[in-house]
Design a protein around this ligand. Sequence first.
Ligand code: RUQ
Ligand code: CUA
Length: 651
Amino acid sequence: MRKFKNPMLVLFGLALVFTSCGDQKKGNSGALTSNAAEKVYVAPGEHDEFYAFVSGGFSGQLSVYGLPSGRLFKVIPVFSQDAEKAWGYNEETKPMLNTSFGFVPWDDSHHPDISQTNGELDGRYVFINGNNTPRIAKIDLTVFETTEIIEIPNSAGNHSSSFVTENTEYVVAGTRFSVPVPQRDMPINEYKGNFKGALTFISVDPEDGGMDIKFQLMMPGFDYDLSHPGRGKSHGWFFFTTYNSEEASTLLEVNASQNDKDFIAAVNWKKIEEYVNNGGGTKMPSNYAHNVYNEETHTATSTMEKEVLVVNPTDVPGAVFFLPTPKSPHGCDVDPSGEYIVGNGKLSADLTVHSFTKMLEAIEGKKYDGDAYGIPILKFEDVLAGTVSQPGLGPLHTEFDGQGNAYTTFFISSEVVKWKLGTWEVVDRQPCFYSVGHLMIPGGNSRKPFGKYVLAMNKITKDRYLPTGPEVTQSAQLYDISGEKMELLLDFPTVGEPHYAAGIAADIVKERSKKIFDLKENKHEYGITSDADVRVERNGMEVHIYMSMIRSHFNPDNIEGIKVGDKVYFHVTNMEQDYDVPHGVSIIGANTSELLIMPGQTETFVWEPKQPGVWPFYCTDFCSALHQEMQGYVRVSPASSNIDLSWSLGE
Ligand code: RUQ
Ligand code: CUA
């Protein structure tokens, strides 16, 4: 019989105790005051106070909710194809999902983060990571669309991502799985000492937001789990939790739980930036996709990049240090002042808080406790600010309200615990239903949190909603944190598994929201700006239809001369210049989704007719009283026929 001590088994046993029905009773709505309902009620026609951008986890997308109402406004397609918006289905956006592995139509999206200026949220962009095929995406908040995706080479399980520095100088992507760098065929059990963990710093252009990999820090082969930037006094540093400092490649639930302490890696990125700007680092051959959506051409391009700049941490003395942190830490959270770095050891009874000031002193005094692969390890006692003792079981993530309080989630004891920075005393706890992962306070990852609410994102809902078969909805819970005690206000279901969220005052974003695309500025290769340009062109077996749409017709709406075997491109421009008047289009038998085209925009789908006949197409978005009249026909003749191309409207 195999004998090993499995710490997670012990914890799961406890989890069952904690989420038994005793807790369920407490959570029943009878416990809520009617006051709670008022606090989340946003009257018809009124707007919410905050936007919450909630990751979709295995949906690969990003959902937009209003807080406090919990109303869902939009699912922004990011890494996964989305037929509703033709994302990854139309010709314009297919390149966005290109990678070095080819077209990858899905990912696992975890940690959205909003761009910052001077440590405060500026509402320009949201960044989010794709875990599985490592990518970082940028969503432009004037249009709420993904406009850039960059693949991360030498990375696998892109999890300690995508957090931004105080002025959005960088968005960071850290590898969860260490891998051979460069990738090669080698025995798995030679992991130790041979696999590497890449921490990637992607620069963001202050003017146009363009992303570019500035450098990759090639770290020892640990698992880099989460990260957060320094801010204020610690601006210029970045902190990453690690687990599996044992460098195990098998049965990690046991083998990566051996060391009493793993590390938080403290990275002085300013120092490395300087080193790189002075010609430091090694250019390594590579192959990764950089996909950019151009809003004037309404079209994405994908470029394969061939090189990445790699930095060995031991080549930049004084740039990287390890802070011992108990028991496989998960969350790595920095308070609004930049002084405290909270490391949540999943298997630890206490919460560990490091002090940035003490860390600098320890570095100054060169008080090391040995090194790991040449990277100095600081002494635990020298960097420790304090511990929150026995606050709960299975700590995962911490956020801050800007009033000196921290809020930590506990997966196993299924609760949010509020504690005080500096005195480390627990001041309140509220149960979550059930097994909370991340939590989010609007602006919580910045110098100036908005406070007011905390949103808990739960892994398990069991009896909280009407059953929907074996798969029940994931869920978020909203708590009022304006008083000394937290108050549960609302449960609402989420799309996919929400891992993290980013919240911002709606006022910062909504004024900048675009209403239409200017038709005169449309530079789409196959776009048209007036009905005079409507036409159909044949080029061998390719047919290009330059079509317009406006309430309530297509131009042309009768097309003849198409033959079986043709590849027919519908390039459709929405001529509307009014807010909130998209049109859709689709044709019978097309092996792709509909198009949903915004005013002033052009999109393309391809149709390969397989049978002679007269085939209808129609508008898919109810746009006017005569929406049902918005339809047309394509006549398809046998391949051998010699019917000329012709097109018309109203003849
Ligand atoms: S991780 S809880 Cu990406 Cu903590 Cu999900
Ligand atoms: Cu256009 Cu319906």
